[in-house]
Design a protein around this ligand. Structure first.
Ligand SMILES: Cc1ncc(C[n+]2csc(CCOP(=O)(O)OP(=O)(O)O)c2C)c(N)n1
Ligand SMILES: [Mg+2]
Length: 576
């Protein structure tokens, strides 16, 4: 039984909700205010500094910061939005939180149930607006169940598969006396392991495969199953690919890690997935691309196993031979042990030889990429590879990275490879603008670590006011704008579109270039109280990096990069 901590009796609901959050160990509320939330925002001052309000100037930013914080802590995180208009602004970012399974508890105020019949200014059906982008959306309608409903929301958000929830809080409910005790929310334990016979079925499929493949996503990170995954991959000699994988589910430097399948073209993924005679999918869904293949994702006789706590995703689009609704960590651990005892010496030897071949091919590919980077090392406009090569020399080993570098993501990860859970987070869910807010959220969750957020000139402009929040609360994150004066990925994608339809290359749509006028991110940052520098030449890089890292407070580097469209980058793996 959780410990009961009654903090204050005979208080109104607006105080009770904050006591509930404190009882759950929640420290932050990310939000943007309005009149109908004034009561509980007024109550917040009674609980400072134990409970802090992180102030955003636009709702997308509040959700984005909370998303970053929730990703780093894996804990239910509170967002406060203002009625229907604020919720509306937050929806795009809530969509990406839902896709990414971030446990957000989004609260929005309303004038009051007593005004329901009036259909007055700003009245709207908040629950219906929130429903498509949440696991659960509700409205508190009785003062006696305010905390009961809030706890249920927190529990649902934090129970795998995690995801955002929404609670509408009418003002008259918050102003009414509340007698409920603030007691910690109960969460079910989800460390579920299949029966031994099912593990044996999975093991025998994988042990006898001659071309096994593993596809993983963030369910592995959530379950902290990186070590167990590596053990299984090494035992069966399978290459591991990420699908909807935005965290280091497997270390990028592991010889068996193949990379990301990508979020754009199913045909690109099929080239990999159709090669296997056995596919183990773990903690993800197939397939996350915008344009997925509708059939033949796997070879005709391939056996498919799917391990996931998210039953909805198992066999969602393609049938599986064995679906295990269970926890990746405990299931992979049991699978590893069974494989160890089941595999014959010949099978072990074959798996070992496969691993050597996969590792060798990976090594050659990396060598070729590093050579190509060398050729453009001193080019102007700069390539990100030059910057990240230099940055890697200066940052502490426990630096936390937020990657919304989009077409520059691969050049970031080549020099600062995502290896360890909790130190690398890529954008996910397709909603641009999460880079700066996400890094702010990560920094609040990792106050003692260096945090660097990479974003594009395009992505950053959706949420640029987040810099003000960083300055306002002195949140010491560093930001790098990959400023290529373009929506570069849209140019790459339309080239693929032209190729597929036999359309000759021609000028890109004018809406894909954002260089006129040139956006001065360094000046924008300073206008919002964030120190900054623009970098255009190779010899300016090192001192800019030193300045940013030494500065005690948020700092932005406006990094002017090439906008040369390299057809070889089509299908770049970047979380978008
Ligand atoms: C909220 C939102 N609006 C529009 C898009 C469509 N979109 C996807 S990528 C992209 C351009 C990204 O540009 P930038 O951040 O500069 O990265 P680059 O492609 O130049 O590397 C756009 C507009 C989106 N994903 N999300
Ligand atoms: Mg750009």
């Amino acid at each position: 039984m959780p410990k009961k901590t009654k903090i204050m009796a005979n208080r109104n609901g607006r105080f009770a909700i904050i006591e509930q959050l404190l009882a759950d160990g929640i420290q932050y509320m990310f939000g943007n205010p309005g009149t109908v939330e004034q009561g509980f925002l007024d109550a917040l001052s009674h609980y400072e500094p134990e409970f802090k309000y992180v102030f955003a100037l636009q709702e997308t930013i509040a959700v984005g910061m909370a998303d970053g914080y929730a990703r780093a802590t894996k804990k239910p995180t509170i967002v406060q939005l203002h009625s229907g208009v604020g919720l509306g602004n937050g929806i795009g970012m809530m969509y990406q939180a839902m896709r990414g399974h971030a446990p957000l508890v989004v609260l929005a105020g309303e004038a009051g149930i007593m005004y329901d019949a009036m259909d007055a200014q700003m009245a709207s059906d908040l629950v219906s607006i929130a429903k498509p982008v949440t696991k659960w959306a509700t409205r508190v309608v009785d003062p006696a169940s305010l905390l009961r409903v809030l706890r249920r929301a927190i529990k649902i958000a934090g129970t795998p598969p995690m995801g955002p929830v929404f609670v509408s809080l009418p003002m008259d409910i918050l102003d009414a006396p509340n007698e409920e005790e603030a007691i910690p929310t109960s969460f079910p334990i989800a460390r579920v392991t299949p029966e031994p016979e099912q593990i044996e079925r999975a093991a025998s499929i994988l042990a006898t495969a001659t071309k096994p493949l593993i596809v993983v996503g963030d369910g592995v990170a959530f379950s902290d199953a990186q070590a167990e995954l590596i053990r299984v991959a090494e035992l069966i000699g399978a290459q591991v690919w990420g699908a909807d994988s935005s965290e280091p589910n497997m270390s990028a430097t592991h010889p068996l890690f193949g990379g990301l399948l990508g979020h754009m073209f199913g045909e690109v993924s099929r080239r990999i997935t159709s090669q296997a005679d056995a596919v183990l999918i773990c903690g993800t869904y197939v397939f996350p691309e915008v344009f997925p293949v509708l059939s033949d994702a796997f070879a005709p006789n391939a056996k498919v196993i799917h391990i996931d706590l998210n039953g909805y995703e198992i066999a969602k689009n393609f049938p599986v031979d064995l679906g295990l609704m269970s926890d990746p960590k405990t299931t992979l651990a049991a699978l590893g042990t069974t494989l160890e005892s089941m595999m014959t010496p010949e099978q072990q030897q074959e798996a070992f030889q496969r691993s050597i071949r996969i590792a060798e091919a990976k090594k050659q590919q990396l060598t070729a990429q590093l050579e190509a980077d060398k050729a453009v090392c001193d080019s102007v406009p700069l390539h990100l590879s030059r910057f990240t090569r230099d940055l890697a020399q200066h940052i502490p080993p426990d630096t936390v990275i937020f990657d919304e570098a989009i077409t520059n993501s691969e050049e970031l990860c080549r020099y600062i490879p995502p290896t360890t859970l909790g130190y690398y987070f890529q954008t996910r869910g397709g909603s641009l603008g999460v880079g700066i807010p996400g890094a702010i959220g990560l920094k609040l969750a990792n106050p003692d670590k260096t945090v660097i957020g990479f974003t594009g000139d395009g992505g950053s402009m959706y949420t640029i006011q987040a810099l003000w929040t960083a300055a306002h609360h002195n949140i010491d994150a560093k930001f790098v704008i990959c400023n290529n004066h373009s929506y570069q990925i849209l140019k790459l994608n339309i080239m693929q579109y032209w190729r597929e339809r036999g359309i000759a290359e021609h000028d890109f749509p004018i809406s894909f270039t954002i260089g006129n006028p040139d956006i001065r991110f360094d000046e924008l940052a300073r206008a919002m109280g964030v120190q900054s520098i623009r970098v255009e030449q190779p010899d300016e890089i090192e001192s800019a990096i030193q300045k940013a890292l030494a500065y005690n407070g948020p700092f932005l580097i406006d990094l002017v990069l090439t906008n040369e469209v390299a057809g070889s980058k089509i299908g770049v793996k970047c979380g978008q």
